[in-house]
Design a protein around this ligand. Structure first.
Ligand SMILES: [Zn+2]
Ligand SMILES: [Zn+2]
Length: 248
């Protein structure tokens, strides 16, 4: 099972960078989590849209969403030209209405499934992976996501500290967790995001095997985020690096 980081910046990219986008692959199956700005061109460096099995949007903030608008055109073109003969399943939460309703209109490209409407516990098979969703703590409807293939991958999405995420991340082979700031930002972040140290503490509480931090604001030195995350985790912490593929 492989994870390729397509984009890791928030809420805007650094030069030549991309916002949230993560590609999970195993046995020829491909699942894309988040379509932040810049993610589609990065995805196309690794695969063709016709081979994309499904997409999950953790939430509809622009840094996790924007390239859905260009992916729509790529999927429609692939169908029109006979390279693909299906709609791509997209799992997403409801809201804000303006974005959601616009995506609802892309029904030639996408087959939409509201995560909110999945019966509890929100477990479903997506692209051959077992996927579980847990609501995160954010200022929009948003989810943390566990994806199980031969290994267990957990992505925090955007979230403040959340006991339910600790349960979801329990025993993860790789936990990809947002780390949106340093200790000094804790007050500013506290309702919607995690500091790097909190990401580490949460990962330690969950007993994950590996922690990779992401969702970097371009203002920060990544080495400082990494150092504070490692203090929280008590072990080495990896940084998400655009273009890098890691084996779970
Ligand atoms: Zn967000
Ligand atoms: Zn974000």
């Amino acid at each position: 099972m492989y994870l390729t980081v397509l984009g890791c910046w928030a809420p805007y990219p650094q030069p030549s960078g991309a916002c949230s986008g993560y590609l999970l692959q195993e046995d020829g199956r491909s699942l894309l989590i988040d379509t932040g700005n810049g993610v589609l061109s990065r995805l196309l460096q690794h695969m063709e849209v016709k081979d994309l099995d499904a997409v999950i949007l953790s939430h509809l903030h622009p840094d996790h969403l924007m390239d859905i608008y260009s992916l729509r055109h790529a999927a429609e073109a692939a169908n029109r030209e006979g390279r693909m003969n299906r709609r791509i399943p997209i799992y997403l939460p409801y809201g804000p209405a303006e974005d959601f309703n616009r995506i609802m209109g892309f029904n030639k490209a996408f087959e939409l499934q509201l995560i909110d409407e999945l019966p509890a516990p929100k477990g479903v098979t997506v692209a051959g992976f077992q996927v579980t969703f847990v609501p995160s703590k954010h200022n929009l409807p948003a989810y943390s996501i566990a994806v199980t293939g031969s290994k267990r991958f957990v992505f925090s999405g955007d979230t403040a500290y959340n006991e339910e995420l600790i349960k979801l991340a329990g025993g993860a082979d790789l936990f990809l967790c947002e780390a949106s700031g340093l200790d000094k930002d804790a007050e500013y972040l506290k309702d919607n995001h995690l500091t790097a140290r909190q990401a580490g503490e949460l990962a330690r509480a969950a007993g994950v095997k590996r922690l990779m931090i992401t969702h970097f604001y371009p203002e920060y030195a990544l080495s400082q985020l990494q150092a504070q995350a490692e203090q929280g985790f008590g072990q080495r912490v990896e940084l998400a690096r655009e273009g890098a593929t890691v084996t779970l």
